[in-house]
Design a protein around this ligand. Structure first.
Ligand code: ZN
Length: 417
């Protein structure tokens, strides 16, 4: 998965999980099912049939009915698959109160995990068990960590939450204070030469350790004092690694503890890396707009038009767009209308069209055919024409600007269209 696609996938998963986390059952009646890729659908169906039988012992009539209804729905969904998809399958289903007690409605959610799931799990609880999917929101890229001062250096890698110390070296550089009788200039010159040799060795070890990592996301440099900055000023690191330095961090130590100190702040750094990516993307867009090159556009209608023409290179979407794309159809003629509106306006529209005649044939048979997140709808259009999609947070000044000044929908274009 390219990083370009992953901002969209992460956003979707995050959004789905937030919604699922907010749902609560009346009792212990919400079903969570995780099926790993190596399972047979028929085995899972057998297991669900057993659970259906077991559920007949539940004393409360309502709970028993709700659990059994949920199991039936899950089984039906499962049977739509000939085999388990390559990353496995997760289904959540249960009776969710819509508007106080007695208003429960069975809701079903099928989630395709972004990576293979390992766990095989059936749970019936008052909430949905989303924790095994939450893991996929954790950053999985590898980061290099180098801490150094004039006494030595430690090289480590961080993948997800796993930290590996790769190597430690000592500098062999004497302390700053010369012994008596030595000429000060000579001492300084010798010390400088030794530091230079040491920096060369640090560079060689860093290049050897970090260059061979596929998809190294970035490099974090740490250490006490100004040695790390001196090291960075020279040409000791391979230029591709130099470009990947995301942050230099002050730490108290230069050993494993120093690496841990640097990593402790990695959450901030990771966020900052995405910040920088986001800033760059939006600045590219703002640059095209201010130079009036015609290679950038914004606003839902213009962006949609360009998406349909296939002229979009990168689609930029603010993650908090809360609009949906609603399709209204007439069952008596071929009238179809699509419009964009805030999600909370949909019930009002449904009310409205039930009182109104079709503008084309005059028969009052209009209904809402489909309600789709605007972000998903635009992302699908992008996907059809091979455009990249970037879902951007409002956490940067640029992200705020995209939202406030450009309606949260913009595009970088391949050509003027
Ligand atoms: Zn009609």
């Amino acid at each position: 998965m390219s990083s370009k696609q992953s901002s969209l996938h992460r956003f979707r998963l995050k959004r789905d999980l937030e919604r699922l986390a907010s749902k609560e059952g009346r009792g212990t009646e919400l079903v969570s099912l995780y099926v790993p890729p190596d399972r047979q659908i028929s085995d899972v169906v057998t297991m669900l049939n057993d659970e259906y039988g077991t559920a007949s012992n539940i004393k409360s009539t309502t709970t028993r009915k709700n659990v059994q209804d949920a199991i039936v729905k899950v089984t039906q969904r499962l049977k739509l698959f000939k085999k388990v998809p390559e990353n496995g399958l997760v289904i959540f289903c249960g009776a969710i109160p819509q508007n106080g007690p007695g208003s429960e409605k069975i809701e079903t959610y099928v989630i395709a995990p972004p990576e293979p799931i390992q766990v095989y799990l059936y749970r019936c609880d008052s909430r949905f068990h989303i924790e095994h999917l939450k893991e996929f929101l954790v950053e999985k890229e590898t980061y290099g960590v180098l801490v150094l001062d004039a006494s030595g250096a430690t090289f480590a890698t961080l993948k997800g939450k796993r930290l590996d110390i790769v190597e430690k070296i000592t500098s062999g550089v004497p302390g700053k204070f010369r012994a008596g009788g030595q000429s000060a200039r000579r001492f300084d010159r010798q010390r400088e030469a030794k530091i230079n040799d040491y920096f060369k060795r640090v560079g060689e070890h860093a290049n050897k350790t970090f260059l061979e990592i596929d998809n190294l996301k970035s490099l974090i440099i740490g250490g006490p004092g100004p040695t790390k900055e001196d090291f960075m000023k020279g040409d000791y690191l391979h230029y591709t690694l130099k470009e990947k330095v995301a942050a230099t961090i002050d730490t108290s130590y230069v050993n494993e503890q120093g690496v841990e100190e640097a990593v402790e702040r990695s959450q901030d750094i990771l966020r900052r890396i995405r910040y920088v990516e986001e800033k760059n993307i939006i600045n590219d867009f703002l640059g095209e707009i201010s130079k009036d090159t015609g290679l950038a556009t914004y606003g839902e209608n213009e962006v949609r038009r360009n998406l349909k023409l296939g002229s979009v290179n990168t689609l930029l979407l603010s993650e908090d767009i809360d609009s949906v794309r609603v399709t209204v159809k007439c069952s008596s003629c071929d009238y179809v209308n699509q419009e964009t509106m805030k999600r909370h306006k949909v019930p009002e529209l449904e009310q409205d069209i039930s009182n109104n005649a079709c503008p084309k044939c005059g028969v009052p048979t209009l209904s809402v055919e489909d309600v789709q997140e605007l972000i998903d709808e635009l992302a699908e259009l992008a996907d059809e024409t091979g455009a990249d999609v970037e879902v951007l947070s409002g956490e940067t000044e640029e992200g705020q600007m995209l939202k406030k000044s450009f309606g949260g929908i913009a595009a970088l274009l391949r050509y003027k269209a």
